[in-house]
Design a protein around this ligand. Structure first.
Ligand code: SF4
Length: 372
């Protein structure tokens, strides 16, 4: 029986030329994420899914590690088509190794023998057809780190756009200018997981802070719709000083970027910290508001965070989108995405109307998939 590494190795194509450079006779550099790995012949990059074979960079292609239909609020995107169904797919592997990962079964598949997510062969046209049949409005690359599998996502996104769907990444943001330029013509929405504002914390997760900050600035410049999430982990990233610096940075890029501060629950290998309390989220949100952020949301503890699940007009404070968890309880935006009371334009990618909600909880599509 083939190992998972052998199964995945057979499911690769050559990297997009924009994302690779030859740096010596037997060494390539990959630009698909901020590690910019120099990869010798026969070796793989940090992510373990992109590798140098015979002087060519081989990259993942032709399978999914998971698909699921999620409310768009789960990604979370709160300023893009509230209530829409987001057809979500992922491959396997990640360029970081966060001990609290909530998608570790797919992200750590090649690092941790307990992470078993069998890949399933598929084609972009089949995925998009299924998304359309299910009534999805958005196709999202998520569950593993999408930057390291950008070529496959872009191929799916081309089909999705042709079918009238929006597209998005749910990402750790460890990008490069090259990979952002590569995906830009095909992507509408981008969620960056800003895990900390301390470079030492990032290094403990296998990354660096600066590439993530550069990605955030670049996405904003490129006019990709951006929302940022920080999972608040007691004792790791919830000091007042760190939240001050993190939210000041976001507000400095733009006060219109929605910031979601979400509650940690014990997961994967991180079992020491206590779970985040509603009070901790509300305190972090108050700091963010004081630093000028206009759209601050608290997540993962529905119904216990006061007004922090709702979207209000930043000018007159009128209620615009009322939520409980992923469920949309009320929608009052005008057809051009404005406040009906004062006319202020609300930043986002709104539809001309609220189209209802297909599901407020995730579900698996019914298609029969061939497990390898
Ligand atoms: S995607 Fe990132 S981790 Fe993987 S090979 Fe490329 S630069 Fe290295």
């Amino acid at each position: 029986m083939s190992s998972l590494a052998e199964v995945l190795e057979a499911r690769t194509v050559e990297a997009a030329p924009e994302l690779v450079e030859t740096i010596s006779r037997d060494r390539l550099r990959c630009y698909s994420c901020g590690h910019e790995c120099p990869i010798p012949e026969g070796a793989a990059g940090v992510c373990k899914v992109r590798f140098n074979r015979g002087g060519k960079l081989q990259v993942p292609w032709g399978y999914v590690g998971g698909i699921q239909c999620d409310p768009i609020e789960k990604k979370p995107f709160f300023h893009s088509r509230p209530g829409a169904l987001a057809f979500s797919f992922g491959m396997l592997g990640c360029d970081l190794h966060c001990s609290y990962c909530q998608n570790w079964v797919t992200s750590q598949a090649l690092r941790d023998p307990q992470a078993v997510a069998p890949p399933v062969d598929t084609e972009p046209v089949l995925l998009v057809r299924e998304a359309v049949n299910l009534g999805a409005r958005v196709v999202v690359s998520t569950y593993n780190e999408p930057l390291i599998t950008s070529e496959w996502a872009v191929e799916i996104f081309k089909h999705a756009r042709a079918a009238g769907l929006m597209t998005g990444f749910v990402s750790n943001g460890n990008g490069t200018r090259r990979v952002l330029d590569f995906i830009r013509p095909h992507i509408d929405l981008y969620k960056v997981d800003l895990k900390s504002f301390d470079d030492r914390h990032y290094r403990s997760l296998g990354g660096r802070l600066e590439p993530i900050l550069q990605t955030i600035r670049a996405l904003r410049e490129m006019d990709v719709w951006l929302e940022i999430v920080t999972l608040l982990i007691p004792g790791f990233n919830n000091s007042r000083d760190e939240i001050e610096r993190l939210t000041s940075f976001i507000a400095g890029v733009s006060p219109d970027i929605p910031w979601h501060v979400t509650a940690f629950h014990k997961d994967y290998r991180m079992n020491d910290p206590d779970n985040t309390t509603p009070e901790m989220l509300m305190e972090a949100a108050a700091i963010a508001h004081a630093n000028g952020l206009r759209y601050v949301y608290a997540g993962n503890i529905p119904g216990r965070v006061g007004d922090l699940e709702n979207t209000r007009c930043h000018h007159c404070r009128a209620m615009l989108v009322e939520r409980y968890g992923y469920f949309i309880q009320g929608y009052r935006l005008t057809a051009d995405g404005g406040c009906p009371d004062c006319g202020t334009r609300i930043p986002g990618r709104w539809g001309s109307q609220f189209d209802g909600q297909i599901a407020s909880t995730p579900f698996l599509p019914g298609r029969r998939l061939r497990v390898l």
